[in-house]
Design a protein around this ligand. Structure first.
Ligand SMILES: Nc1ncnc2c1ncn2[C@@H]1O[C@H](COP(=O)(O)OP(=O)(O)OP(=O)(O)O)[C@@H](O)[C@H]1O
Ligand SMILES: [Mg+2]
Length: 137
């Protein structure tokens, strides 16, 4: 009989990379920042990790925050089974993004309740041995 871990891996189609913007072929520079991102997130998996790594990029409007995150996501795609790009401008958008990803993964067949959908996604990450920060705080 499949254990839970195997079951969760076979129930979904991986890799699943949902990145909201197209790759920017004209991207240049930001070498140090991209290296910092790699140091923070790679290699995966890293068993000694006990917390979800997080990295905030801040700066003036139009300075290249989104483009840098995008570059990292595209260039390191092969290292991650799962990449989702969600907008957190409003809480509603965040939950909609999680819900959509849960649908795409096949964890839910329809969206009934955004909070329930999101919890299913978090449960899946945790049951497959991945971490997902506590978003309910
Ligand atoms: N490293 C880069 N190489 C090439 N073009 C870039 C780079 N960074 C930014 N740009 C250009 O600048 C524009 C604005 O960048 P971006 O959207 O990443 O800024 P932002 O900091 O996320 O802005 P906002 O605060 O408004 O969200 C991009 O659409 C792109 O045309
Ligand atoms: Mg931006």
């Amino acid at each position: 009989m499949n254990d839970l871990r195997t079951h969760y891996f076979t129930a979904v189609k991986l890799p699943l990379h949902v990145i909201a913007y197209p790759k920017n072929e004209l991207f240049v520079g930001r070498v140090n920042l991209l290296q910092d991102l790699s140091k923070k997130f790679l290699p995966v998996p890293r068993p000694e990790r006990t917390r979800t790594p997080a990295f905030a990029i801040w700066g003036n409007p139009g300075q290249g925050k989104t483009q840098t995150a995008l570059r990292f996501a595209y260039s390191k795609r092969a290292s991650f089974d799962s990449i989702l790009w969600v907008s957190a401008d409003r809480e509603q958008k965040l939950f909609e993004g999680f819900s959509q990803y849960a649908l795409s993964l096949g964890l839910i067949t329809e969206s009934i309740d955004l909070v329930r959908d999101t919890q299913k996604l978090i449960d899946w990450y945790q049951k497959t041995g991945q971490f997902f920060g506590n978003i309910w705080r």
